[in-house]
Design a protein around this ligand. Structure first.
Ligand code: GAL
Length: 352
């Protein structure tokens, strides 16, 4: 495909309506508009209501636009929102393929659906970049044009556990309210079965116990990555356990913000709140860190993930070796590092 300088034609679909309508509004892909030399990337999101995922989508749009001006390759993003429905996402993937997209970026609803998507894409010769929800390695190995862009779930758990450990060691009198030397906690978990839920839950506690901290779990429950659900859970736990809760570990920031909402509702002064930690470093979470409501979070690099996807997509489209465009591990994986964030380190964080 030739490279020509053309103007950008992005259509931001965020906040636009149901997918059927959204896709109907989108520009046609290769099949319907064969002469167009645009690189067309079909981006299938599991849910655009998810704060972190919508940040990745915004970054994809912005970076594609920047890349387009920089190298003069027209890039068109087609974005779909499956609203947490795998059947809907399958239809969206079919639609992207029918429209001749050059590359697919897929944020699976259900990671076990990866094999079917790989087979469909391979039949059309369209590379697939999965992101955020990691398929099992057998599905990634199914075809050499399948990639995964993401961050290591155990790493995020470990860093979150370290945040808690540091606070616990530095200021035991403040956080060990009962004075029994045992860290009493509750755990807000993301979607059941999601790697980030399972592994953040496991590794955050492992970081504490490996360092010799005695812990006691008072309660755990899923709040599906969701702020309102987390506020409801924590509201109940505060009634049940009151001041016994010393630490609230949350698998992501939205749920940590829900915990803050619930604590705010009680009218309890902030200096008497438990220590709260999240993951993602979303904009509202960083504000909460600044205000001292959230002790810390773990930066999940949405921009880095979006950049890796754009770089990979361009390399694949232009027939270049993807390993020259991104840091590729085991020929299929691009891993972005996580970082701890507290009030002290806020200034070092680049969230653009
Ligand atoms: C995680 C992120 C969560 C949520 C989830 C969706 O990596 O921390 O906030 O976005 O992905 O799969």
């Amino acid at each position: 495909m030739s490279l020509k300088i053309k103007s950008c034609c992005f259509r931001s679909l965020r906040k636009l309506l149901p997918l059927a309508l959204a896709l109907a509004l989108l520009p046609a892909c290769r099949g319907e508009e064969a002469q167009d030399d645009s690189l067309r990337i079909g981006v299938a999101l599991y849910s655009q209501d998810d704060t972190f995922i919508s940040t990745v989508a915004q970054n994809l749009e912005r970076l594609a636009q920047e890349e387009e001006s920089r190298i003069g390759q027209k890039i068109t993003l087609l974005v779909s929102d499956s609203r947490s429905n795998q059947t809907t996402q399958m239809d969206q993937v079919d639609r992207f393929l029918n429209r001749g997209c050059d590359v697919l970026c897929v944020n699976l609803v259900d990671r076990t659906a990866a094999a079917v998507i790989v087979d469909k894409a391979e039949a059309e010769g369209v590379p697939v970049i999965f992101f955020n929800r990691q398929p099992v390695s057998e599905d990634i190995q199914r075809w050499d044009q399948v990639y995964y862009v993401g961050a290591s779930a155990p790493e995020s758990g470990t860093l979150q556990g370290q945040l808690v450990l540091e606070a616990w060691m530095d200021n035991r009198e403040q956080w060990d309210r009962s004075g029994d030397g045992v860290l009493q906690y509750v755990m807000l978990e993301g979607e059941p079965g999601h790697q980030d839920s399972l592994l953040r839950t496991e590794y955050s506690i492992k970081a504490l116990t490996d360092a010799g901290t005695e812990v006691e779990r008072l309660a755990r429950d899923t709040a599906n990555w969701n702020r309102a659900q987390a506020a409801a859970r924590v509201g109940q736990w505060l009634e049940e356990f009151g001041e016994q809760i010393e630490v609230i570990l949350s698998n992501n920031d939205d749920m940590a913000l829900g915990a803050i909402d619930a604590l705010g509702e009680t009218g309890r002064p902030m200096e008497d709140w438990p220590l709260i930690v999240g993951v993602d470093a979303t904009a509202p979470a960083l504000e909460a860190v600044e205000k001292g409501q959230l002790y810390g979070t773990v930066f999940n690099d949405s921009r880095g993930q979006a950049q890796a996807m754009i770089d990979l997509a361009l390399a694949l489209y232009e027939g270049e070796d993807p390993a020259r465009a991104v840091d590729l591990e085991e020929s299929h994986y691009v891993w972005l590092p996580y970082r701890k964030v507290t009030r002290e380190s806020l200034g070092e964080l680049r969230t653009d």
